[in-house]
Design a protein. Structure first.
Length: 138
């Protein structure tokens, strides 16, 4: 459940891997379906985001927020604990996440992409939503 939720947040939020790993429960607004991106993990340490425009609030779809809610219920959490990890330690980006991601790709036999490519997929997803909405309104 942890990794499924992680990948859903990457896809539907367009987050960088480090931004998702740095999320704490304080950054999740369940009432308004918003995730506050205000830090990142870089070389295993929490730092400020890549640049000023990287600090942002992202509206998330309800199904992804539901996954986050289920994850929160399964965990013994405090608000300053990381969402994707144990307590204040995020899961290992270059070992655990990458390894499971590549296993999932092999299991479903799809084209191998990089985890960062979820950001590109997110952009394509947003374009398809806009195209669909425009075609329906015409």
């Amino acid at each position: 459940m942890l990794l499924q939720t992680f990948f859903m947040v990457l896809f539907y939020g367009g987050l960088r891997k480090g931004e998702a790993l740095a999320l704490t429960w304080n950054d999740i607004d369940f009432d308004n379906n918003i995730i506050d991106i205000n830090k990142t993990v870089y070389h295993g340490r929490i730092t400020s985001p890549k640049n000023e425009s990287s600090v942002r609030k992202i509206k998330m779809p309800q199904h992804t927020m539901n996954l986050l809610g289920e994850l929160k219920l399964q965990s013994k959490i405090k608000m300053d604990y990381v969402v994707f990890g144990a307590f204040k330690d995020h899961i290992a980006a270059h070992t655990t996440i990458d390894r499971y991601f590549h296993q999932y790709i092999e299991q479903v036999e799809i084209k191998r992409i990089r985890i960062h490519d979820f950001r590109h997929s997110h952009a394509s997803y947003l374009i398809s939503l806009m195209t669909f909405r425009l075609s329906v309104s015409v």
